[in-house]
Design a protein around this ligand. Structure first.
Ligand code: PEP
Length: 245
């Protein structure tokens, strides 16, 4: 069986003084049954990669521009992330879709850029609370998968992260049945892409904590987790990683 992928999204948190947490995570994963990644702010990628790569922790960006280089003030390309020591990148996080107006087409272009640069994209999808309450969760999420996962990724390494917007940072989570229903629908959408995509890991994200990680990580079609708040403290993130075993 493929090892689950458990990735911490540090969002806009973390200074050099916080690298000790990453080092503690790296020191604590010996023997873990999972692939581990940490996605800090771009400012920390290179120093974090130096600190944790030898222990087998993959480091990633939280976004990338679709172009290789150019007049895009403030943006970072996938090639730059790779150059800084990253091997992963999150694309299409709901905080970028909502706060920066990113469309499925933008996310697809970023996912392609990631693969072009040799990075493994983690392509995020997820419905809002209104959409779930209107009974549209499956339609929204599968539409996002079709729009954000380019067919050209069929033979690339990538992951999809199902992150219900209403579960991010709220302490709320869908029921296991709801998670499994959405993951099954994502798997069906990936089967239509074909190639390696049919087996791409589907991570769950949204208020994963030490006390709910075990049941979520063992749910059907859950191939790992994307963890925000609980990845900032090594003690919590290591408990989530241990729950995969
Ligand atoms: C996230 O932002 O990707 C996330 C899952 O956050 P949290 O775990 O804090 O809900």
């Amino acid at each position: 069986m493929t090892a689950p992928l458990i990735v911490g999204n540090w969002k806009m948190n973390g200074l050099a003084a916080d690298l000790g947490e990453a080092q503690a995570i790296a020191a604590g994963i010996i023997g873990a049954r999972a692939r581990i990644g940490l996605c800090p702010a771009a400012t920390l990628i290179s120093r974090m990669a130096e600190a944790v790569s030898a222990a087998g922790v993959a480091v990633g960006g939280q976004d990338c521009h679709a172009e290789v280089k150019g007049a895009f003030t403030g943006d970072v390309s996938a090639e730059m992330l790779q150059d800084a020591g990253a091997s992963l990148v999150i694309v299409g996080h709901s905080e970028r879709r909502a706060g920066h107006g990113e469309t499925d087409a933008d996310v697809a272009a970023k996912a392609l850029a990631a693969v072009r640069a040799g990075l493994e994209p983690i392509i995020c999808v997820g419905e809002t609370l209104d959409q779930r309450q209107a009974g549209q969760a499956l339609e929204i999420v599968t539409g996002q998968v079709r729009g954000s996962v380019p067919l050209a990724l069929a033979d690339a390494g990538f992951a999809v992260a199902y992150e219900p917007v209403w579960a991010i940072g709220t302490g709320l989570t869908p029921s296991l049945a709801e998670i499994e229903e959405v993951h099954a629908a994502i798997r069906a959408a990936l089967r239509q892409i074909g190639g390696r995509a049919v087996a791409a890991p589907i991570l769950y994200g949204g208020s994963v904590k030490p006390d709910n990680a075990r049941e979520i990580l063992h749910a059907a079609e859950v191939g790992g987790a994307l963890v925000g708040g609980a990845s900032l403290k090594a003690v919590d993130f290591l408990k989530i990683i241990a729950a995969a075993g």
